[in-house]
Write a protein that binds this ligand. Structure first.
Ligand code: SF4
Length: 306
């Protein structure tokens, strides 16, 4: 357990946010390819699930491969998902690949989305909410992520599996915080931020989910800076660390705990933070007074897990 963040850190994070160059960072983020669909909730969900699932690696390769993938869906992602012959899922998107993620896996994802939308007229929000029960925000959110992951893998709670068997490696694309190892589930949690947060840059299309239950999508950049700002002392990038960092962020803004996430992630992605003391760069850093690395207190070991 870490102590509550100092008021001065909150003020400096606000300064980081106020001066953040969204015009530079948003176009390179996968969210940029979801935003054009903000007026069509179902299409935004489909594109959002694809975009968050391939959000692995550097932003340039994500953008290139996601653009190629979305081009296959054309101008009507919803019609594509509803209309393609289901037996063709293996070859539907071939040839395509993003790192270890293959075209047959993404074809199966589109198949699963079609099956989910037949059962859940309210879409993935309804699937999430069907599972999101518990005494507090942490339990509700973890249960909702579990339901979403289970749905994208096989089917919703109480639903039988897909008629088709998923291709090798598919199930690992959608981990659950309830599994052994308690993974951080970064991509699902990122998708939920996009859909639920009401303020830019996010879409806020899921109006039945309270943004106060959101947790931080814990990528390597957010983990690094959170660790150096003292928001966690945990050495593993897993679900308990997601919860610990989110608790700290919730003390700063109980209604919108992941408000700083985009800026923190892109501080690392953009190279604004060199992840080493550099007087020419760190001198301009809004959170420099709180950075353990700058203050020379300690070096943080590489995180275990993903
Ligand atoms: S002070 Fe330097 S190393 Fe620390 S967070 Fe800021 S830019 Fe990164």
């Amino acid at each position: 357990m870490v102590k509550a963040p100092a008021p001065a850190l909150v003020q400096d994070l606000e300064r980081l946010l106020a001066g953040f160059p969204y015009a530079r960072s948003l176009p390179v983020d996968p969210l940029a390819q979801v935003l054009p669909w903000a007026g069509d909730r179902r299409a935004a969900e489909i594109v959002g699930v694809l975009a968050s699932t391939v959000a692995v690696g550097n932003v340039k390769s994500i953008r290139t491969d996601l653009t190629a993938l979305l081009a296959r869906l054309g101008e009507d992602p919803r019609g594509f998902v509803e209309g393609f012959p289901r037996r063709s899922w293996r070859t539907l998107l071939a040839p395509w690949r993003h790192r270890w993620i293959r075209a047959d896996q993404m074809g199966f994802l589109l198949l699963r989305l079609g099956e989910i939308y037949e059962r859940y007229p309210g879409g993935l929000e309804e699937l999430f909410l069907e599972g999101a029960e518990g005494p507090g925000p942490e339990e509700r959110f973890a249960a909702g992520v579990h339901a979403l992951s289970r749905g994208l893998r096989y089917g919703g709670p109480g639903e039988s599996r897909s008629y088709y068997e998923p291709p090798p490696g598919y199930l690992r694309l959608f981990p659950s915080p309830r599994e052994g190892g308690h993974p951080a589930c970064k991509r699902e949690v990122l998708f939920l931020r996009w859909m639920v947060r009401r303020s830019p840059p996010d879409l806020g299309l899921w109006t039945r989910v309270d943004p106060s239950i959101l947790h931080v999508p814990l990528d390597t950049h957010v983990y690094w800076i959170a660790r150096h700002l003292g928001l966690t002392r945990r050495a593993s990038r897993n679900w308990p660390t997601v919860v610990e960092i989110t608790r700290a962020l919730r003390t700063m803004d109980p209604g919108d705990p992941v408000r700083f996430d985009f800026a923190l992630a892109h501080t690392g992605i953009s190279g604004d933070c060199p992840k080493r003391p550099d007087r020419s760069i760190c001198g301009r850093c809004a959170v420099q007074p709180h950075c353990d690395l700058w203050r020379g207190r300690r070096r943080v070991p590489r995180a275990r897990g993903a």
